[in-house]
Ligand binder design. Structure first.
Ligand code: BV8
Ligand code: ZN
Length: 253
């Protein structure tokens, strides 16, 4: 995207943000890419590029090789703990502080939004900050060092408290997210390939409700286009701070 087209897209996004009282931000792995956390499907070190690893992302595959799977998630939990929120996370927290109605819906499990100060967060796919027992469902803080995946209560198999493929999302999470997407003035879809369901319904719900949808992604393929979509081709950490700065410095709100 040439600079002036990018500038015009950022301006349009800033105007939509400045005029909004109700904002939803929907994020995926791309918002944490500039914090050094690999995405699933894009970039050289995409997590899913190693088909073997993808075996751990459903309960059957996890149970088949519990120790390898546990170690894989433990490494991801460590990378997330050692990472820092980037300018995109901070810009999203700034939006929440400035608008009267705000919901952040994230597919990410790295906890960086909360560490950047976001409060009203729906973690659609759970979190690596907690472990859970397959047998007794007891939750626990993610153990450090991770040790063995054995439940301290019942001896059952531990797993991360994330939503794996073929598992249901947290009770009520999708309903709350869809309601927010339909009720907002503008929805920002940031750093997601929008390929995983039912989460991918969320930006589509905003488009179908005729809301302004701003897509921020270096790769704009496959997004749910609507006539009110503003597409900003760029990295979230570079784009979002500029949108926020233009929205409110100009508006002096
Ligand atoms: C369910 C766990 C009911 C946590 C994840 C066929 C059709 C439709 C649906 C299905 C189907 N077959 C199966 C399904 C259902 C399935 C599904 O959607 N499959 C897909 C692959 C087709 N969904 C499920 O199973 C869900 N449960 O449906 O239950 C059910 C019950 C029984 C049987 C069937 C169904 C559960 C889905 C949740 C799975 N868990 N993760 C973890 O380990 O992290 S999904 C995984 O993908 C992550 O959560 C991740 O967040 C999510 C989405 O990926 P993205 O976040 O978008 O990341 P991705 O790498 O894809 O994209 C990154 C983007 O960022 C790219 O566009 C890139 O260009 C961009 N980017 C890069 N750098 C930057 C950037 N953007 C901005 N700035 C940058 N710097
Ligand atoms: Zn247990």
């Amino acid at each position: 995207m040439s600079d002036d087209i990018l500038g015009a897209a950022i301006d349009a996004a800033a105007r939509a943000l400045a005029a909004a009282t109700s904002v939803v931000v929907f994020t995926g792995a791309g918002v944490s890419a500039e914090s050094g956390i690999p995405t699933f499907r894009s970039g050289a070190n995409a997590l899913w590029s190693n088909a073997d690893i993808a075996q751990f992302a459903n309960p059957t595959g996890y149970r088949r090789r519990p120790h390898d799977a546990w170690s894989w998630y433990a490494k991801r939990a460590q990378v997330a703990r050692e990472a820092q929120p980037n300018a995109a996370h901070h810009a999203i927290a700034e939006i929440e502080r400035r608008v009267s109605s705000f919901v952040l819906v994230t597919q990410n499990v790295d906890g960086l939004h909360r560490r950047a100060g976001s409060a009203n967060v729906i973690e659609l796919h759970g979190t690596l900050r907690r472990a859970r027992c397959f047998a007794c469902s007891r939750y626990s803080e993610w153990p450090e060092p991770p040790g063995e995946p054995t439940c301290g209560d019942c001896g059952g198999l531990l797993r991360p408290d994330v939503v794996m493929f073929e598992e249901m999302l947290p009770e009520g999470a999708m309903e709350a997210a869809i309601d927010a997407a339909r009720a907002c003035d503008v929805l920002f879809s940031v750093g997601t390939s929008a390929l995983v369901w039912p989460a991918a319904e969320i930006p589509r719900a905003a488009v179908n409700a005729g809301k302004t949808v701003v897509v921020v992604n270096p790769d704009l393929e496959g997004h749910p286009w609507g006539r009110t979509t503003i597409s900003v081709r760029g990295a979230a950490g570079a784009v979002l701070p500029r949108v926020v700065e233009r929205a409110w410095n100009r508006e002096q709100r």
